[in-house]
Design a protein around this ligand. Structure first.
Ligand code: AMP
Ligand code: MG
Length: 351
């Protein structure tokens, strides 16, 4: 399949490009497009024949449900059974934006979209290209991240092209994304809302709007517990993983630098790489050192993380040492993704 590339980065008038893309969605095809979180791979979420193409292109396990994207609040009404008060408050507060809510699905949502579940995940993105595409398509767009399953999520069109060229109909280039981590997922079907996946919208922000919020046990635990099953099926898969073996080192920055340099010295003959920060990058003796940004600026770390993980593959890194981060606020989502990339391989360095 020949993939069409549409560049809307500097376009003042995006109508033509959007019209073409919407035509593909309406006909049951696949379009990758930017959102504020990561690039999504979209299809008509209500079309039972279109949705399986997403799974095929990504190599995604079929029990891993998709998020339906809408452009206006009213569009939610036909795809869910009921809208609990919590959902109304959260939508008012955080939509459009990087928050996904899990609700009871209506009959028009195919089980192929929800991985067989009676619930459906819904989000209204804030990215202009995403919103216009959904509006022009006239249907909720099912869109998981536009990467090959297991690879780091795409934060630039070039990442999508590397993973999916030849497997999808079109990619819309909207430049690098703003946030860089996938949306926060909150299940609002029960009495107390539960965070199934941490993201840019933190527990604190949610609690401020709706009071008590719980976090899915699996997300809280630092090591994968075989007896616990995550409520978001996708959270159980190995994810975001570079090809090299990655280990996270957590502790005081000076001690982490010291320890990683010791490990580098022991890795002679292997291509070594470090996921560092602006504060420490100059101290490492590895073959490749990539900074994800300053520790003072969590948002830039979130934005750069997946691109950095992909660059380790580009340079053929065999052993990767990553600095850990504090798990408060946005740091919780950053560490959630890092843990998965490292296959929960983490070393705590004592004082
Ligand atoms: P992605 O779009 O690639 O970020 O993946 C979507 C995430 O949403 C996966 O982790 C899914 O397991 C999760 N998800 C989608 N629908 C549901 C649902 N109905 N219930 C729980 N989790 C869901
Ligand atoms: Mg994904």
């Amino acid at each position: 399949m020949k993939m069409e590339y549409v560049d809307l980065r500097d376009e003042y008038d995006i109508k033509e490009g959007i019209k073409k893309a919407a035509g593909i969605i309406k006909k049951g095809g696949l379009v990758a497009f930017p959102t504020e979180t990561v690039y999504g791979l979209g299809a008509n979420g209500l079309d039972e024949n279109a949705v399986p193409k997403i799974y095929e292109a990504k190599g995604r396990p079929s029990d891993n449900p998709l998020i339906l994207h809408i452009s206006e609040f009213d569009e939610i009404k036909s795809i869910v059974k009921e809208i609990p008060k919590t959902a109304l408050i959260l939508a008012e507060e955080f939509w459009p934006g990087p928050l996904t809510m899990v609700l009871k699905k209506s009959d028009i949502v195919p089980f192929r979209t929800t991985g067989g579940l009676e619930s459906v995940a819904v989000r209204m993105p804030s990215n202009n290209i995403a919103r216009e595409l959904i509006k022009a398509s006239g249907v909720p767009i099912a869109a998981p991240s536009a990467n090959s399953s297991g690879r780091p999520s795409p934060t630039k069109a070039s990442h999508v092209i590397l993973d999916l060229d030849g497997k999808i109909d079109m990619v819309i280039d909207g430049g690098a994304v703003d946030i860089g981590l996938e949306s926060t997922i909150v299940d609002v079907t029960g009495d107390v809302p539960v965070i199934l996946r941490p993201g840019f919208i933190t527990e604190e922000m949610l609690s401020e709007a709706i009071g008590r919020v719980e976090i899915d046990e699996v997300v809280k635990s630092l090591s994968p517990d075989k007896d616990l099953k995550p409520k978001a099926p996708g959270m159980k898969y190995r994810h975001y993983a570079p090809k090299g073996r990655m280990t996270i080192y957590k502790g005081k920055p000076e001690r982490v630098v010291e320890r990683i340099n010791e490990e580098i010295a022991k890795s002679a003959g292997k291509k070594t790489a470090v996921l560092a920060t602006d504060e420490t990058k100059m101290y490492y003796k590895a073959d490749v050192v990539i900074s994800v940004g300053s520790r003072e600026d969590g948002e830039s770390i979130a934005r750069n993380l997946f691109d950095a993980l992909r660059r380790f593959d580009d340079v053929g890194a065999e052993v990767i040492f990553a600095e850990g981060f504090d798990e408060n606020r946005l740091g919780f989502a950053i560490m959630n993704r890092l843990h998965k990339s490292a296959g929960y391989n983490i070393i705590m360095i004592k004082e």
